[in-house]
Ligand binder design. Structure first.
Ligand code: BGC
Length: 369
């Protein structure tokens, strides 16, 4: 993947809008269904998200996207589906949306290669596809919106190395790496970025794992196996590609009786991740402001529904070398030091959500109030 022009930077200051969830229901329509057809003011927009084991989709992407669509187009409706970590389920969900007459698909693929056939089928019906957060390996994409994902990995790797050095952990000491799903193009970008820092740091990667479907339970099982194989004291640092898998590793370390946890990385600034950071269980996370990502995707979807062809601020190349109009946002590393100036300032969480009774003293110590 290559960026060819200047990166776009969107503001990250907006407040999280009201969160709407359909309790216990992963799929559904988020607005009264318009009549569709040729009327863009009543367009149906399909939103397809990849898994239900990662906190961000239900807590941020879906509600933020839907709110922006409703704000810009009150007669439009969002048809939502979550693939639950299953590429063939996602294909069926997309086919069903095409049958229902969506004017545009916003697709976060569970499997970036397999999803090319969704893009092909959409193209046959003249339905543009926006590749959301993860890149689909298709020549027919209309747009790609995401973050600078290699930079995400660099931030994680650098924070881990800095934390180890700050603790005077000797060179040659061991790190385990829990990467993301092998079907996710982002996961290989995160991994590449992290290796670019870790491999030249003097610390040694003892073992690494590509977590199928980003499943935290699988990350936990693998980590438990490594702890018994290597010995917990040999694991002086943990690279975890996101907060949910990092949470799995932390659970494995705790159940092995580890009292002083090694630095563990993460990503997504999930509520649980931020709380673990304040409590000293997780070293860092990467905050990717979901609001500008979801809002921009909603804005693009509406433009495409109106028959426009918005241009990107940059272009990105797919694995097969096709160039896609793109927007790439900037990720930010978060430790105890900047919880307040990032996720709290941006309104991602209220202090009362983070600083529950269990975390009150940790919040005091970190000055989060
Ligand atoms: C996203 C991450 C997310 C992960 C697991 C990645 O593609 O960029 O934010 O944590 O998938 O769903």
């Amino acid at each position: 993947m290559k960026k060819s022009t200047t990166r776009a930077m969107l503001g990250v200051g907006a407040l999280l809008l009201a969160i709407t969830t359909l309790a216990g229901c992963s799929n559904g329509s988020d607005a009264s269904t318009g009549s569709g057809g040729g009327d863009a003011s009543k367009a149906k927009i399909g939103l397809l998200l990849p898994d239900s084991v990662t906190a961000r989709y239900a807590s941020a992407d879906r509600p933020l996207f839907t709110a922006e669509v409703k704000k810009q187009c009150s007669g439009c409706s969002v048809i939502y589906a979550n693939a639950d970590g299953d590429a063939s389920k996602q294909l069926q969900q997309a086919q069903s949306m095409l049958t229902q007459g969506v004017k545009v698909l916003v697709l976060d693929p569970f499997d970036g290669e397999a999803a090319a056939s969704i893009v092909q089928q959409a193209k046959a019906k003249k339905v543009p596809v926006i590749s959301y957060d993860r890149l689909i390996d298709s020549p027919d994409l209309s747009y790609y919106i995401s973050f600078d994902n290699e930079k995400v990995g660099e931030l994680q790797g650098q924070a881990l190395v800095d934390a180890l050095k700050a603790k005077d952990v000797p060179s040659g000491s061991g790190i385990i790496m829990v990467n993301g799903s092998p079907t996710d193009n982002n996961a290989s970008q995160f991994k590449k970025g992290a290796h670019s820092v870790i491999d030249s740091s003097g610390y040694k990667v003892l073992a690494e794992y590509d977590t199928p479907g980003w499943d935290p339970a699988k990350a936990q099982d693998w980590a438990a196996g490594q702890i018994s194989k290597l010995g917990a004291d040999k694991i002086t640092g943990v690279y975890a590609a996101n907060d949910d898998t990092g949470g799995g590793v932390i659970a494995a370390l705790k159940s092995a009786g580890v009292k002083t946890l090694p630095p563990v990385t993460g990503q997504d600034a999930s509520l649980a991740g931020i709380q673990r950071i304040l409590a000293g269980e997780q070293y860092m996370t990467v905050y990717k402001a979901f609001k500008p990502e979801a809002s921009k995707a909603a804005d693009l979807a509406i433009q495409f529904a109106k028959g426009k062809s918005p241009k990107g601020d940059t272009t990105v190349k797919t694995a097969k070398g096709d160039s896609v109009q793109s927007t790439l946002l900037e990720p930010v590393a978060v430790t105890t030091k900047n919880v307040e100036s990032t996720v709290v300032k941006d309104g991602l969480y209220k202090v009362t959500q983070i600083c529950t009774t269990q975390y009150a003293s940790a919040c005091d110590a970190a000055g989060v109030k």
